[in-house]
Design a protein around this ligand. Structure first.
Ligand SMILES: Cc1cc2nc3c(=O)[nH]c(=O)nc-3n(C[C@H](O)[C@H](O)[C@H](O)COP(=O)(O)O)c2cc1C
Length: 309
């Protein structure tokens, strides 16, 4: 019997949907035992979020400050054959619950030496979060072998509107009757079992180390040039602005509220203005710097961490 440890967090259940679809080839199979654990913060994050709560979560998320978690009843007597971690990026970083779990001693014990596949569900920007995931997994001496992403495929500006309606208003259907439903499409979720079958085949043949190219060929990663450039800007600037807010006060404090509110206006405005410019640049970039651009996409399509990240 092979044991698969599944660690996940989800606010509205989307992560569980993509997780269940991806692990379908294993479920109900007597040769496998799936051990699901939902990470629960001691103080639950809100859904929907108020505007201030949402942007106030930014500094601690970017800095990777852990929150208190309910204890996880992981059977530590088992030596797991594979771990699957399903998470969402928050502010181009790992969402706080999963980042917190990865910083626990328990994560160090159960993930050490274990091959890990990450499954991300998000709007469309996951590159920076996954870089931080690579580092966290190195810290606990786990072995990241695969990454699968499920994104909202709407244009960047459309999904900016619909994700904000989703997180701030709890909108589950079409927003204002004109914007599409936010989230991963049913059609994309149906791809899950194909990814799971690749994992299963390679787990059985002892070649998990080699799954990423196969997952990529099946469409597990969708790296768009405009988003790559956009995230690069955000990842350079976010830590600076996170420091600027943190200097004024701790999470939720009234002292930093003005800076949080400014950020809440500046961030969507910057995306709104920069998005068309960056889309044009990203169309030119492959022409002007084809080699460099190709190298970047190749880098984010694999699971090792470069030293400068
Ligand atoms: C605080 C916060 C920050 C977010 N930041 C990002 C982000 O950086 N990139 C992205 O693609 N999506 C981002 N999102 C959107 C989430 O990925 C989205 O809420 C997720 O698809 C919901 O999945 P769940 O229902 O499983 O929690 C953010 C959401 C929240 C709540």
């Amino acid at each position: 019997m092979k044991h698969i440890l599944v660690i996940y967090y989800s606010q509205t259940g989307q992560a569980k949907q993509v997780l269940d679809a991806s692990l379908k080839p294993f479920s109900g199979n007597p040769a496998y035992s799936l051990h699901y654990h939902l990470v629960k913060p001691q103080q639950a994050f809100p859904y929907p979020w108020s505007y201030t709560q949402f942007f106030d979560a930014f500094p601690e998320t970017v800095h990777g400050v852990p929150c208190g978690l309910e204890p996880l009843a992981i059977d530590e007597s088992i030596s797991y054959d594979l771990a699957v971690i399903a998470y969402q990026p928050w502010f181009l970083s790992i969402c706080v619950p999963i980042s917190s779990f990865l910083q626990t001693e328990q994560a160090g014990r159960v993930l050490k030496g274990v091959p890990v596949v990450t499954i991300i569900n998000c709007r469309n920007m996951w590159l920076g979060a996954q870089e931080k995931m690579k580092q966290r997994l190195l810290d606990v001496k786990a072995n990241l072998v695969g990454n699968i992403t499920f994104v909202d495929r709407s244009a960047n500006l459309i999904s900016l509107v619909t994700v904000l309606a989703h997180v701030l208003k709890g909108t589950k259907d079409k927003y204002l009757g004109i914007f599409p439903k936010y989230g991963v499409s049913e059609q994309d979720i149906l791809k899950g079992p194909e990814f799971g079958a690749i994992i299963k085949k390679n787990l059985e043949s002892g070649s998990l180390e080699n799954i990423q190219p196969e997952l990529n060929a099946a469409g597990a990663l969708d790296i768009r040039g405009n988003l790559l450039l956009m995230e690069g800007r955000g990842r350079a600037l976010f830590p600076l602005y996170a420091n600027y807010i943190s200097k004024k006060g701790s999470a939720g404090s009234a002292q930093r509220r003005t800076r949080v509110r400014i950020f809440g206006i500046v961030l969507p405005t910057a995306i709104l203005i920069l998005s068309p410019v960056i889309t044009i640049l990203s169309r030119l970039a492959p022409l002007l710097a084809r080699k460099k651009f190709g190298k970047e996409i190749a880098y984010y399509s694999q699971n090792t961490l470069r030293k400068s990240s």
